[in-house]
Structure formats: structure tokens, C-alpha cells
Write a protein that binds this ligand. Sequence first.
Ligand SMILES: [Zn+2]
Length: 385
Amino acid sequence: MGKLTIIKHVRVFDGETVSGPKTAVIDGSRIGDDSLADDPDPSAVTVIDGTGCTLLPGLIDCHVHIRDAAQLASCASFGVTTVLDMGCIPPEKSVELRAARGPTTWLGVNLPAYEENSRHGKLFKLFGGVTPDHAVHNTDEAAKFVQDRVDEGVDYIKIIADVPGHEQAVLDRIQAEAEKHGKLTVAHTAQYAAFERSLRAGFDVLTHVPMDKAVDETITERMREQKTVAVPTLSMMEGMTNSWVLWGISWLTLSAERNRSFEAALQSVAGMREAGVPILAGTDANNSGIMTIAAGKSLHHELELLVRAGSTALEALRAATSLAAHHFSLQDRGRVAPGWRADLVLVGGKPDEDITVTQQILRVWSAGEEVPVTAVTRETGCAVM
Ligand SMILES: [Zn+2]
């Protein structure tokens, strides 16, 4: 038995439901069995009074763009212990982030597949970091793109399904090749037409929601049938609605995304939820300077927005823990149960009743190691005994 941390009298959200007050145990890098607390060696034990607090699995942000290892490390101080990076520009940066052994785990797609003259193609050209060689122009290049990413060791395959953008045959080929390699596909879909085309291609995860027109039953039923997963990134959709800079860029790049409605985004999430589509928490955190969203901190706002779109607080918590882990095949995390990785967040209060309580962060552990917390916003109990 290694060093134990015993948290007493704490409510526990195990990834599904809340129980307790009870005892929770951290045994090295894993969550231990409660019985370890019965007769511990006092010299190797830290005991914390969790009265009035709730213990959660470490939070997972399913859509980020991380700038560097320092920013990655700071995510954990906000309880975000796993991030899924949905596009690294320049793509070489992914090597450094993948190798970072900080408190936050980075998984990513490296370079996304994009069409050279699409809105994103134009933006990438404008802000640098890619050459025309990086773009996917036809079905042969689609196959090569997937093979190259697989050779780099990516975790998922990302496609920017802009409209106008790739021909349907290119999208279909990316999906077919990714399936061959057993890779999950994630498609950027910020327009209604992009949803239609991406569902036709059969992509596994659709990220963003349209703001030109809310998704309707035709779309949500198809998502349910195809078991498509949604990562709406409401934080980004909200930010885009209010951004004059983005509005200007849309004019410059002749994008159809000029007509934006955050209400359409909220309606889309409500419709997906009603249809039983799994909805995961992702923020699109980035440092682009155009529409910057703070990594780590922003996930808590995303949870608030999911609740605003109709989710219960418990559903929002699942969206950033067990449900995210399940759909992105993270098999060691997202739950509080013996044997699981000890990525944990202790918050002061009941986040299952009031989602804003996730912001009352008292302590964070990553693989059993305590991480300094910077986001404490109020004094509560939970003292070391
Ligand atoms: Zn993104």
C-alpha cells in the first residue's frame, strides 16, 4: 500500500449519479477501495474533511486548441485534467504537446483535413502555419491524409466540413479510410448544410452547432439512428455571435456564416437532447486572438450554457466526465470508482443542484498527484484533518 489520501464525509458524483456523504480513497495514482480507510498507517495518510463538498471525476474538455505546454498545465488548476485538441496549427506543435507530461492529459488530431479555398482554408492562409500541401484536394489525397495522421500517432481524425468546401466524395473517403484504421472521426460543422453532408459521410462526432438555422428533426433523427455524438461548443457559438471581428472576416472570406443566431445554437442542442443524441462538453478554447477562449476556465461556462440549453446539471456533469470518456474511448477515467485513474476535483457545494458550483474548486488531483488550484472563489470547509 502506498500513500493514501482519505476524504471523509464527502458527496461523490461517480460519473453517473451522486451518493454519500461517504469516504473516498486515493491510493497512489488510482482510486482505492473504501475499505483501505478502515485501518490505515497514520504516517502515510492524509485525511481531508469533505463535509459539504462533492468529489467529481477530473473534467474532460472535448474541443480545445492548446498553445503550449504551460497552458496545458494550467488547465488542471481549473479541474480540467484531460483535453482533446481538435487541430494544431502549425501541426508540428502536436509533438511537444503529446510529449508533455503535465497534470493535464493531451490527446489530439494534429492537422485537420480542410479544403484550400474554404473559409478555414482562407483563414489558415491568412494567419500562416500551413502550405497548400497541407490541404486535401481530392479523394486520393483524402486517403493519404488519413494515412499520414495515423503514421503520426493521432488519437482521432478531424475534418473541417465547411460549405463551400470538399466534395461529398472526399468526405466519404476520409470516413472510409478512418474506419479502416479504427479511428474516430470528428467533423467541424457550424452550418446546417455541413450537418447534412457530414451525416451523409457518417462522421462519428459533429462539433459546433449551426447558427444559420437550428437543426431540425430530420437531422436529429438521423443523428440518433447513426449514433452520432455532438460536441456543440456553445462557448464558441456564443462568442461568435457577438464578434465584430469575425463578422468582418466572414465578409472578407465571402462566408455564408454572416447570419449568426445563438438562439439557433441553443435550439439545436435542445433538439438533439430531446432526440437522445449524446451531448459532450467542449469549448473550442484557443488563443487565436480573433475569438480567444481561455482553456480550463471556459469549461465551467460551457456547463452553464448546456444547462441553459435544457440539460439538467447532472447531464452537464456527465457530458464533461463519464459520457466524454465513453465516446472518446478513454477507458481509465471519467468515473470515481476503485481502480480508475485518480483524476479528481473537490468542489464546495452541490454541482448536481447548481452547475455553477463546479467553479468552487477546492482541490484537484491528477493521477493521484495534487495540483495547485488557482480558481478558488470562496472559503468552505474541506480542511485537512
Ligand atoms: Zn476548434
